[in-house]
Write a protein that binds this ligand. Structure first.
Ligand SMILES: *Cc1c(COP(=O)(O)O)cnc(C)c1O
Length: 282
């Protein structure tokens, strides 16, 4: 069941979760958009009151935290992505954080093609065999080695991204009012990881024309994502709780600015100039 998002952080609106819970609900899945944490205290309290599991989609939230706790480590489970589009990468890949002891064994079995081979390798079994559902979710050594290199430099990568993120924020700060744009909100109790810098265009400005204008100036501005409830699979498998008006509205106005480790100040000024010209041209 999809629930609407908050207009400030674009994260799941925790005040609307209650209405979405039915007899069949098993878990709450908060997505930490742009590596900015959802309101986890409230979400964990709702889950406890209703005996639900919490599965954090922390795909974008590696190295981010909420009141000092790393994202992915707060719910019953958390998922990280190491896809090439994320902060810490191995090309393709990801990990499941299992935060409750009693599920660890099941997770190992699912990862090992449905077998108890992990226990066998630790010497806890004299042979291994098929126990349950599963697939082959282990990374190969080359990918693991690449990821290890990234993890060792995770602080450095995060601070380089943060520098670029802060610079966009400084460049756009004085322009925000005149362009009538919204920029990211980071709550005081949240530490983010500079995964993404985005701008919400004013109502009435055509996003496609803005993106086209920027691309013509060789700026790789994009939008993400088509909201799941309106995607073909979302319409087929999902349902929605109440109106998803913030989701529809903000998804139609968001523009992500290019951000990578080592983007230069002059490149960022060029991006902001191009955005400004694109909005004024529309
Ligand atoms: C990237 C991403 C995923 C998927 O990650 P994969 O590693 O490609 O499986 C899921 N959720 C969010 C929010 C993401 O940004």
């Amino acid at each position: 069941m999809f629930v609407d998002i908050r207009p400030d952080t674009l994260n799941l609106d925790e005040t609307k979760i209650g209405d979405a819970i039915t007899q069949k609900t098993k878990a709450i899945v908060p997505v930490h958009y742009a590596g900015v944490s959802c309101e986890m205290d409230e979400i964990m309290a709702i889950a406890a009151r209703n005996s639900l599991a919490v599965v954090e989609d922390a795909a974008q939230g590696v190295m981010s935290s909420y009141r000092g706790k790393m994202l992915g480590s707060i719910g019953d489970f958390g998922a990280y992505s190491f896809h090439e589009t994320k902060n810490i990468i191995s090309g393709e890949g990801g990990s499941l954080l299992v935060n409750r002891e009693e599920s660890l064994n099941d997770a190992e079995i699912i990862r090992e093609k449905g077998t108890d081979r992990s226990q066998f390798l630790r010497g806890e079994r004299d042979k291994y065999s098929w126990q349950d559902h599963g697939s082959s979710y282990l990374p190969g050594e080359l990918i693991a080695a690449f990821l290890w290199g990234q993890m060792r430099r995770a602080d450095e990568i995060t601070s380089m991204r943060m520098e670029a993120w802060e610079r966009y924020d400084e460049l756009l700060g004085p322009l925000k009012a005149s362009l009538d744009c919204q920029t990211p909100t980071i709550p005081a109790h949240v530490q983010h990881n500079a995964h993404m810098y985005y701008v919400i265009l004013p109502r009435g400005v055509d996003r496609d024309s803005v993106l086209k204008y920027m691309r013509e100036q060789k700026v790789g501005a994009i939008f993400h994502y088509v909201p799941l409830h309106s995607a073909p699979a979302g319409r087929r498998f999902g349902r929605q709780s109440g109106e998803l008006e913030n989701t529809d509205d903000l998804a139609s106005r968001i523009v992500r600015l290019p951000l990578w480790c080592g983007i230069s100040e002059s490149q960022q000024c060029y991006v902001v100039d191009s955005l400004k010209a694109a909005i004024n041209a529309d």
